[in-house]
Write a protein that binds this ligand. Sequence first.
Ligand code: NAD
Ligand code: UDP
Ligand code: UDP
Length: 337
Amino acid sequence: VVRPQVSTVPAVFSTGAKIPLGLRRKPLRVVVTGGAGFVGSHLVDRLMARGDSVIVVDNFFTGRKENVIHHVGNPRFELIRHDVVEPLLLEVDQIYHLACPASPVHYKYNPTNVMGTLNMLGLAKRVGARFLLTSTSEVYGDPIEHPQKEDYWGHVNPIGVRSCYDEGKRVAETLTMDYHRGDSVHVRIARIFNTYGPRMCIDDGRVVSNFVAQALRKEAMTVYGDGKQTRSFQYVSDLVEGLIRLMEGEHIGPFNLGNPGEFTMLELAQVVRETIDPEAKIEFRNNTEDDPHKRKPDITKAKKLLGWKPKISLREGLPLMVEDFRRRVFDNGENSR
Ligand code: NAD
Ligand code: UDP
Ligand code: UDP
């Protein structure tokens, strides 16, 4: 791909000056694996809005056609049902690789992180496409350093119940760097911290979706352990902005993409109460094995090299997902997961 020498962040996404018409780059062919999922579908919306041709590759393991249905019929959009564990032949300029069973209840089931990533890197190598891996803060395991910087190597149990996910993503990062060093593939690595927003899977067991769905259903919010463990929650539009800046920029990474605002699970329950139902109750449950005690991104590197930082706080972002959840939680059909 011949890339223009000017800023490649399209005018519609840039926060600064507009790029003159004559300098706008030509539309790209972009594949988004996992594009029918939560993060993927928001990314697809942004890529479609800037005029690119987008191919979504998804096996609908946790994703839903409804998330991208509004693009069906647009000649620039294509939806392919395919498991990335199997090889795939396409001609594209950029590959956003998100496909992955990404929550505790799903991720132990398959080898997507290894075989899927290998295939997408093979594809990137064959067609000379730029490849972006969506890795995770889980590569830091139960971190001993706090907050986590990108040069921290992590503290991960290789044989635990979460290993398929966190070790799987660590292997995916390794493969990505090997294809970069060995085969000169242009790669980017994002380490994503806990993200929430509309279209999140309702029943995949993540804490924000659980609490919001429970509060809407007038059920008690299930706090695991003593609720003092922390996470840092990022709104999905902030993440999508970071992913696009990373893909378009000149730096490989890895980059932490997350919101440094850190909350205990009890504090999160309180924000959900304020947002949905001040009467909402909490109920304590046993925690899962190997649960990280705390997690908070150091985003100095992304700020400096990508000019990126999150804009939406938890108290601003949570209300933005509630209407979508209200509709889906009380719908008994296909949209209710
Ligand atoms: P999601 O479950 O909504 O999306 C994943 C998508 O991948 C789904 O549409 C699913 O059907 C698809 N998929 C799964 N296995 C596949 C396969 N073998 N072949 C083709 N498609 C497959 O999850 P998400 O939250 O949107 O996560 C997207 C990516 O971001 C994942 O790689 C995840 O590891 C990463 N991530 C997300 C978070 C978060 O908090 N949401 C945090 C860290 C990393
Ligand atoms: N691959 C793919 N699409 C392509 C090119 C490769 O799915 O367009 C797969 C290929 O089937 C292989 C993997 O990517 O399983 C790695 O490919 P690579 O060419 O790097 O390795 P090789 O096939 O030489 O082992
Ligand atoms: N958690 C909780 N109640 C729930 C679901 C999760 O208290 O209903 C806790 C979980 O033990 C963990 C935190 O919330 O400490 C974040 O869990 P999640 O699965 O959302 O993300 P991850 O552990 O992958 O960061």
